[in-house]
Design a protein around this ligand. Structure first.
Ligand code: BES
Ligand code: MN
Ligand code: ZN
Length: 464
């Protein structure tokens, strides 16, 4: 097993419910004074506690020791309230054990805490906070811990730089996951990849580290089939259409879609959902060398469609196309694909709001509901068919880019749809995969956006 896969995620676990702990009273901005004794109230007032979201007061006991903590929720029912606000606490509290009191949603509150306790410490130890949370009574502790650990696994993969995470290490991480859950895994590479997945081969050809298609399956053969696909570009230089340095700087995260797919798989298998899961990860490095694919090349895809390369930096849709063709062939009930696919989606929606595409109205509603439940938001964008003409080629069935500046996220989504024509229930997530700055429960760095949404969706459908 590679070091990347062996490295354990640094996320805290919930302590047993009976562990002695300091109470953290979650206070609404209005009426927080009511539950306090006069001395507590006076101290809170004197130190400027307001109950606004993320505010904190440390209350001393008679002996001067820390006796209780007040933590502001603001108005948790207000539109736009941050349901992960308790994710700030691990960064605010001194070492010790704590118990949340009065949290409106103890499951989300403790999950947020765990998500906020994540630190990427592979290369620099000792930054992890030592504030630990006691499991609230009456919640499914195991479930919360599993979800948090899966998120940490995905974040670790995104945060690990490309020198330590190439296609082989993505494969190692998938193998470790498969082994942990008793899933089957096969990997296609070399001459087989070149023959059967020509686009994946072409995109990965120039890298010193060989491209591959990872194919994981789990669950009973006769259960409803769900296939997850994640873009696994270990590093995206842009290829011969090379990126300027500012655009290349963060491209270690271009395997963020693969990290999401593996994190969802971890959650689904850990919970034992009643489905037959397949995870496809085309893992490549988009690099530059004499054997790199070129602008103007015409490549045959697995699906049989010929693709003219308008831009080697639109590599994600190429590798996803071949994976989608494989997924579509065995007619699953649902395909969800995840990728850091376009800068255009970020221009439209910013870093925090992944774009979501589907033609299936039922799936769109399930995604919206699951996103709200999991506090893992997305925004639906249209698969506007007339824009498919922007991908027309004079020499091939289609071009991999539109040659104009318009609707880049939509044309990418339309490109992908061509390769999974049979699957109606197909959701496509175009995400950033990164928190540009720390927010509660979302430390700066790699983020598996849409993973918790997807798990919530699958759990609602296949929870049994
Ligand atoms: N991985 C990038 C997209 C990306 C860039 C996602 C920055 C998140 C942040 C993708 O492979 C890419 O380079 N897309 C190009 C497509 C273009 C050439 C049509 C883009 O968006 O500029
Ligand atoms: Mn690119
Ligand atoms: Zn890319």
């Amino acid at each position: 097993m590679s070091q990347a896969a062996a490295e354990s995620s640094s996320i805290a676990a919930l302590l047993p419910t009976d562990t002695p702990a300091i109470g953290v009273a979650c206070m609404r901005a209005s009426g927080w004074e009511d539950g306090l004794n006069p001395a507590e109230r006076a101290f809170a007032w004197a130190t400027g506690f307001t109950g606004k979201p993320g505010s904190i007061a440390f209350l001393p006991g008679a002996d001067g020791n820390l006796s209780r903590i007040l933590f502001g929720l603001g108005d948790p029912d207000a539109p736009g309230a941050d349901a992960l606000v308790t994710g700030r606490l691990p960064g605010l509290l001194p070492a010790g054990s704590y118990r949340l009191e009065g949290a409106p949603d103890p499951v989300m509150a403790s999950l947020a805490w765990l998500l906020g306790s994540y630190r990427f410490d592979r290369y620099r130890k000792g930054e992890n906070g030592k504030a630990a949370l006691v499991a609230p009574e009456g919640i499914e502790t195991e479930e919360v811990s599993r979800v948090a650990a899966a998120v940490a696994l995905g974040r670790d993969l995104v945060n690990t730089p490309a020198n330590d995470l190439g296609p082989a290490e993505i494969e190692a991480a998938a193998r470790a996951l498969a082994e942990r859950h008793g899933a089957a895994i096969t990997v296609v590479q070399g001459a087989d990849l070149e023959r059967d997945f020509p686009l994946i081969h072409a995109v990965g050809a120039a890298a010193a580290r060989a491209p591959r298609l990872i194919d994981l399956t789990w669950g009973p053969q006769d259960a409803p089939r769900v296939t997850l696909i994640g873009k696994g570009v270990a590093f995206d230089t842009g290829g011969l259409d090379i990126k300027p340095s500012s655009a290349m700087l963060l491209m270690k995260k271009d395997m963020g879609g693969a990290a999401v797919a593996l994190a969802v798989a971890d959650m689904v298998m850990g919970a034992g959902l009643k489905l037959r899961l397949r995870v496809l990860v085309p893992a490549v490095e988009n690099s530059v060398a004499g054997n790199a694919f070129r602008p103007g090349d015409v490549l045959r895809s697995r699906a049989g469609l010929s693709v003219e390369i308008g831009n080697t930096d639109a590599e994600g849709r190429l590798i996803l196309a071949d994976a989608l063709a494989l997924a579509d062939a065995d007619a699953p009930e649902m395909i969800l694909d995840f990728s850091t696919l376009t800068g255009a989606a970020r221009v439209a929606l910013g870093p925090d709001l992944p774009a979501f595409f589907t033609e299936d109205e039922d799936l769109a509603q399930e995604v919206a509901a699951a996103g709200a439940r999991a506090f893992d938001p997305v925004w639906r964008m249209p698969l506007h068919q007339p824009y498919a003409s922007l991908l027309e080629s004079k020499v091939a069935d289609l071009n991999n880019v539109s040659n104009g500046p318009f609707a880049g996220a939509i044309t990418a989504a339309l490109f992908l749809r061509r390769f999974a024509p049979k699957t109606k229930r197909h959701g496509h997530f175009d995400l950033y995969g990164w928190n540009p700055s720390t927010k509660p429960g979302r430390p700066e760095g790699g983020e598996v956006q849409t993973a918790r949404l997807s798990y919530a969706l699958l759990k609602a459908r296949y929870g049994g």
